[in-house]
Write a protein that binds this ligand. Structure first.
Ligand SMILES: O=CC(=O)O
Length: 327
């Protein structure tokens, strides 16, 4: 007789936007699944069966009160690289492991980072609005952007995503500086032509574009505040593809309103989404996207495959390939 597949709770069938049934099908090959909504209808029935939670970045299913309803939980397999939404020590204390999906998300996130940089530097969105507005008869001069080619790019956090951004910026002949807790090897630095900047202040002072690609931890939360923004050039652009909480948003708002910095391009904010009446949304020098760094079909597919691998290993009591440990 065929062995019964283990049960998995999945936060949103098909991922954050619910658009790909195909993704749920990948999970179904290995698990019997219950989605968050159905689980809540009968938590007692499902709770005792579920061994794996497949969790997309901001799913409510990872909350402690819910995890406590899963006495047989062995693994939380999270999609994406950031695990700031998960209380790893707490999950471990329940006897479950936590895993993420590094590697598969880096290209898409680095691509978006460059997209934001270019769109902000060259006023691409404003240009589109003007070009498609029937009331506009000529292209105003105020669409003058800033040059990307040979500009200085300062990358904060040179992990996998930061490194891929540096690789891409080579194509634009950019001068790359980076700041990281532990320096990369000379070979890595040479391969992308990046120079190490031990002092974050120096990087902020010198960069035309400051790219935040560092993980959110207790040490990086609020890393960019009033003081840091005041060190940046008035012509500089801040790009954040990591987590909103790394930047003090009130300080950023002020810096953008007062011209302390030229512009910001943000794929992440705090909270997400921002309330519709948030003053950041009113500013002409802010470009905001709704946390879409990993949102490509190829990446979603790769993530789900990795989540399944991690979940299966956890359920079987095998080493979990991408297990994350508490800091
Ligand atoms: O937000 C995206 C990720 O954590 O990979």
């Amino acid at each position: 007789m065929e062995e019964e597949k283990p049960w998995a709770l999945i936060s949103e069938v098909g991922g954050p936007h619910g658009y790909l049934e195909e993704l749920a099908d990948i999970v179904k090959q290995h698990f019997q699944i219950v989605c968050y909504k159905d689980f809540l209808q009968n938590p007692v029935l499902y709770g005792s069966k579920i061994q794996a939670l497949l969790n997309w970045k901001y799913c409510p299913a990872a909350k402690p009160w819910l995890l406590k309803l899963l006495p047989c939980l062995k693994v939380v397999a999270s999609g994406g690289v950031g695990i700031d939404h998960l209380d790893v020590p707490f999950i471990n204390s329940l006897g479950a492991k936590v895993a993420n999906t590094p590697g598969v998300v880096s290209d898409a996130t680095a691509d978006l980072a460059m997209g934001l940089l270019l769109a902000s530097a060259r006023n691409i969105l404003e240009g589109h609005q003007i070009a498609t507005d029937p009331k506009t008869v000529h292209i105003p001069q105020n669409l003058m952007g800033v040059e990307v080619t040979r500009a200085t790019l300062g990358i904060i956090g040179m992990g996998e995503i930061g490194y891929k951004i540096a690789q891409r910026s080579k194509g634009f002949e950019m001068k790359v500086m980076y700041h990281k807790r532990t320096r990369r090897s000379t070979k890595d630095e040479q391969a992308v032509g990046a120079s190490y900047c031990e002092n974050l202040d120096d990087l902020l002072r010198c960069s035309d574009f400051v790219m935040i690609a560092v993980n959110l931890t207790s040490e990086t939360s609020g890393l960019i505040g009033h003081r840091e923004l005041s060190l940046m050039k008035p012509t500089a652009t801040l790009i954040n593809i990591s987590r909103g909480l790394i930047v003090n948003q009130d300080a950023l708002l002020e810096a953008l309103q007062s011209g302390t910095i030229r512009a910001a391009a943000l794929d992440v904010t705090h909270p997400e989404p921002l309330p519709r009446d948030h003053p950041l949304l009113e500013l002409p020098n802010v470009l905001i996207t709704p946390h879409i760094g990993i949102s490509t079909i190829t990446t979603a597919r790769g993530m789900v495959k990795k989540m399944v691998e991690n979940a299966l290993a956890g359920v079987k009591g095998l080493p979990v390939p991408n297990e994350v440990h508490p800091h």
